[in-house]
Design a protein. Structure first.
Length: 144
């Protein structure tokens, strides 16, 4: 009986420290004691599976938390990039609108310049025609 109690105590001391490698030694035990030690070994095996599953679950949880943190950071960076692009696009739009307005004003100015040149050409032709007529009339008078 004392051997049985010491054996159970030793196995559970190892378990409390997180060591599951020590199983019971039923050598020299008889009857119910051997059966109980077998069941303790089975229980310890199940406890070890639970222990490692708990650690695995904790690691997966921590990994998911890190992934979520990284995902949030990436989403924040993407949002900042999109905001910057939206701002730059509005600047481009404003610049394009200003360029269009300037082009329209330039078109009006060019039309006015062309109109003025046309009027000037018309005036020059009129003056030339008038001057030519006078010269012809003088020349006729001189020839007569």
């Amino acid at each position: 009986m004392e051997t049985f109690i010491r054996e159970v105590h030793t196995v559970f001391e190892y378990i409390w420290e997180g060591n599951f490698h020590r199983s019971t030694f039923p050598i020299g035990m008889h009857g119910v004691f051997t059966k109980i030690l077998s069941e303790i070994d089975l229980t310890v095996s199940q406890m070890e599976e639970g222990y490692w599953q708990k650690h695995k679950d904790e690691l997966l949880f921590n990994l998911d938390a890190l992934r979520n943190i990284n995902l949030l950071e990436n989403l924040k960076k993407a949002q900042a990039d999109l905001s910057a692009m939206a701002f730059e696009m509005s600047e481009v739009e404003l610049s394009s609108a200003e360029s269009a307005t300037t082009a329209q004003k330039s078109e009006i100015s060019v039309k006015q310049v062309l109109d003025n040149i046309s009027q000037l050409i018309g005036s020059v032709e009129t003056m030339r025609g008038s001057h030519l007529k006078r010269s012809m009339n003088r020349a006729r008078k001189l020839l007569k």
